[in-house]
Design a binder for this molecule. Structure first.
Ligand code: FMN
Length: 196
């Protein structure tokens, strides 16, 4: 059975650091041959503000469908003014109400320029995910001084931080393999018995 992971990058800034961090997590995810990754880049979606019609309804529908079908989700957001980025919030608002994130395990990755890191935005993202019925995982990875952690080409200069970023991927797969997949298999067995 394939494990479908959707990643969402909460920065739309060209050359953004969130995507550099996410690239390491995606690299880690792809080490597992069972994993398929769908990367969402919010600048491609032209997302409407809540309550307004979508300019690209097919793109929004495809975004919602990919999250609906996901086994798990990895969210990467920069910290802006002590909170998550507005594109990340808008992305979550565009995942419908009730949310397509409901029931999904979510791994959280945050980047920030400052010393404190993305602690506040990660906690906020955790609260929003829990509110919409998702399952935010205990490990939220916060990257302080992100401008020093990555060079201009996206290469990580800090091996310890790289290991932590990669754990945002492995913790999601651990949860899926130990909690979600056994449950799905049991459901499949029960369905097989019912059809006998
Ligand atoms: C509007 C805005 C608000 C920001 N607020 C914070 C902040 O509260 N704390 C912090 O450490 N960095 C803050 N920063 C710096 C960003 O965290 C930093 O530029 C980071 O690289 C942004 O991520 P990105 O490169 O993925 O866009 C802010 C940047 C912007 C543009």
């Amino acid at each position: 059975m394939k494990i479908q992971i959707v990643t969402i990058c909460g920065s739309v800034r060209p050359g953004n650091y969130s995507n550099m961090a996410l690239a390491l997590a995606i690299d880690e995810l792809k080490k597992d041959p069972k994993v398929e990754v769908t990367s969402i880049h919010l600048e491609d979606l032209d997302m409407p503000l809540p309550g307004l019609p979508a300019k690209k309804p097919e793109a929004i529908k495809a975004f919602q469908d990919s999250v609906s079908q996901a086994t798990g989700v990895l969210l990467a957001s920069p910290e802006y003014h002590g909170g998550i980025s507005s594109p990340m919030k808008l992305a979550i608002d565009n995942l419908d109400f009730p949310s397509k994130l409901a029931g999904k395990p979510v791994s959280i990755l945050g980047v920030a320029a400052g010393t404190i890191g993305a602690v506040k935005s990660s906690e906020q993202l955790r609260a929003i995910c829990a509110h919409v019925g998702a399952v935010p995982l205990p490990l939220a990875v916060s990257i302080p001084h992100v401008h020093q952690v990555f060079d201009q080409n996206g290469h990580c200069q800090d091996p310890a931080m790289e290991a932590l970023i990669r754990r945002s991927a492995t913790s999601l797969l651990d949860y899926i393999n130990n909690a979600v997949c056994p449950k799905l298999s049991l459901e499949a067995i029960l369905r097989e018995k019912e059809s006998d």
